[in-house]
Write a protein that binds this ligand. Structure first.
Ligand code: ADP
Ligand code: AMP
Length: 224
């Protein structure tokens, strides 16, 4: 299974990615997580990306594309992968398509997670993440069992620096300006499928797995 998760910040991509990647035994490649690991590891890539991430801007395409194609070369991605947070621009999508075509491993599907725009800020400012296993929580909607501690590995949860109202509004602007075009890009290729990303997390996982089980099912309407 080679799939992309698409959707605005806060749509639930990271939350669902963990379950879907496990169900299909494929690695989850999340560009935001790779950047954050580089920022905390104080690498030169991290230093470069940090400036953009703090503002809520996208990191330049050439940096991201090189990072993802390098990652997809690794052995664990040969039999499939789940991309979370990439591509985010048409040039990134074109580069991904060219790379995958060149290795004879095209995408199978792009799942678009839909969430009401009015839910996004609340989802994001209350998000907490585990820095060790990247599991995602929400103080309002999906709290950890023990206060601010990861259910899986007991590590103290973190509040991402860019999860403020001001920065998320900028990230949303970037989404509408640069990422939304990908809906049409993938619809044209017959790859786009829709999942409503509201309600209990397990319910959204079930809906997503049902869509992935039935890739011959009805494609979505053309994006407006
Ligand atoms: P993305 O990766 O698309 O930015 P996340 O998966 O990190 O989004 O989710 C953003 C926030 O929304 C997190 O705090 C998460 O716990 C919460 N969330 C995810 N799915 C749901 C859902 N179905 N209902 C309510 N909150 C959710
Ligand atoms: P995310 O963890 O997906 O919310 O991404 C956090 C931040 O990392 C974004 O706001 C961008 O600054 C940067 N980023 C992640 N993925 C990409 C990408 N594909 N293209 C450009 N910037 C990205």
């Amino acid at each position: 299974m080679r799939l992309v998760l698409l959707g605005p910040p806060g749509a639930g991509k990271g939350t669902q990615a963990v379950h879907i990647a496990r169900a299909y035994a494929v690695p989850r490649v999340a560009t935001g997580d790779i950047f954050r690991d580089n920022v905390s590891g104080q690498t030169s890539l991290g230093a470069e990306a940090k400036v953009y991430m703090e503002r809520g801007d996208l990191v330049p395409d050439d940096i991201v594309i090189r990072m993802v194609t390098d990652r997809l070369e690794r052995d664990d991605a040969v039999n499939g992968f789940l991309l979370d947070g990439f591509p985010r621009t048409v040039p990134q999508a074109v580069a991904l398509e060219e790379y995958l075509d060149s290795v004879g491993r095209p995408l199978d599907v792009v799942v678009r997670f839909n969430v009401p725009e009015s839910d996004i800020v609340r989802r994001i400012v209350n998000r907490r993440v585990c820095p060790v296993d990247n599991s995602v929580y929400n103080l309002d909607y999906a709290p950890p069992k023990v206060d601010e501690v990861c259910d899986l590995c007991a590590t103290p949860l973190q509040h991402r620096q860019d999860d403020t109202e001001e920065v998320v509004l900028r990230r949303l602007e970037e989404y509408h300006a640069k990422t939304e075009d990908l809906e049409y890009f993938y619809w044209e290729r017959g790859l786009l499928r829709d999942v409503e990303s509201v309600g209990p997390v397990e319910e959204v996982t079930r809906r997503t797995l049902a869509v992935l089980d039935d890739l011959d099912g009805d494609p979505v309407q053309a994006p407006s």
